[in-house]
Design a protein around this ligand. Structure first.
Ligand code: KIV
Length: 300
């Protein structure tokens, strides 16, 4: 028996943020997107008022401890997406299309996007790529699935870059990011992530496209921002990218809490009387094994 903490306060039903809502926020209040990979985190992120929750392929690094996002599969994104979707009462839930789930052809892209929506309970999908992937975006959108683009630093191209490197530096590179964003906008994307590009380039792209840009390491001019939840919450022990901000130190808080638990277990201080059910019978110490098994509500 475990708690999923699923009880919601009574009140007016919450209206879901939709892809058209996000598109219409261009020039309006800034959009806040956060990654989440499980029910508990998504529940908290949704309660905090994030507009979008991204089940990013960053889960390969954050959840699985991999050096990059390349091994993540469509099935893994779907598995985490189902858990997140159960928790997101208001936030729009976006599923990342992993490496080689769409690059092969526009047809493969439509099939994979469809699988994420059907099996992962996503409300839209995100894919990395510029001009070369405009047709893929167009075909997915025509199939009825909203697409969020992702240009600038595209982590699935880490080996082509020779590492995770800022993109769009210099006139030619900046023009390429702009052309990529325009192509994805024209293909029908409802929003575009701009990752790790100079802030002036992000400002230029944001002014040039009619859909919201959502920045990560792209400065303040974007129409919204996205952070990885474990960066935002200070749960990362190693290197943090320059653009990330720690809004809490949950890593330290978790280590401290678990240390105190370990200490109490070792000292016999946990569980105390208040963490223990009433004895079966005051005059018996063990369970009544002769009784047939039955389903009981173990909640106090
Ligand atoms: O995978 C991911 O989490 C992402 C965001 C960092 C934009 O793509």
């Amino acid at each position: 028996m475990y708690s999923n903490g699923n009880g919601r306060a009574a009140g007016a039903p919450v209206r879901k943020v939709t892809a058209p809502d996000v598109r219409n926020r261009k020039g309006g209040p800034a959009l806040a997107m956060v990654t989440a990979y499980d029910f508990t985190m998504a529940r908290l992120v949704d309660e905090a008022g994030a507009d979008l929750i991204l089940v990013g392929d960053s889960l390969g690094m954050v959840v699985q401890g991999l050096p990059n996002t390349l091994p993540v599969t469509l099935e893994e994104i779907g598995y985490h997406g189902r858990a997140v979707a159960r928790a997101a009462a208001r936030a729009h839930v976006v599923g990342d299309m992993p490496f080689m789930s769409y690059q092969v052809s526009p047809t493969q892209a439509v099939e994979s996007a469809g699988k994420l929506v059907k099996d992962g309970a996503f409300e839209s999908v995100k894919l990395e790529g510029g001009e070369d992937f405009a047709e893929h975006v167009w075909r997915i959108v025509r199939a009825g699935v909203p697409v969020m683009g992702h240009v600038g630093l595209m982590p699935q191209s880490v080996h082509a870059y020779g590492g995770f490197k800022v993109q769009g530096r210099g006139e030619d590179a900046a023009a390429r990011v702009l052309a990529d964003a325009k192509a994805i906008e024209e293909a029908g994307a409802y929003a575009i992530v701009l990752e790790a590009i100079p802030p002036d380039v992000a400002a230029q792209v944001t002014a040039a496209v009619s859909v919201p840009t959502i920045g990560i390491g792209a400065g303040p001019a974007c129409d919204g921002q996205v952070l990885v939840c474990t960066d935002l919450l200070g749960m990362v022990r190693g290197h943090m990218p320059k653009f990330a901000k720690r809004y809490a130190e949950l890593g330290d808080a978790i280590v401290d809490a678990v240390k105190r638990y370990v200490d109490e277990v070792q000292r016999g201080a946990f569980p105390a009387a208040e963490n223990t059910y009433k004895p079966n019978r005051a005059d018996e110490s063990g369970p009544r094994l002769q009784e047939p098994a039955r389903v009981v509500n173990l909640r106090p």
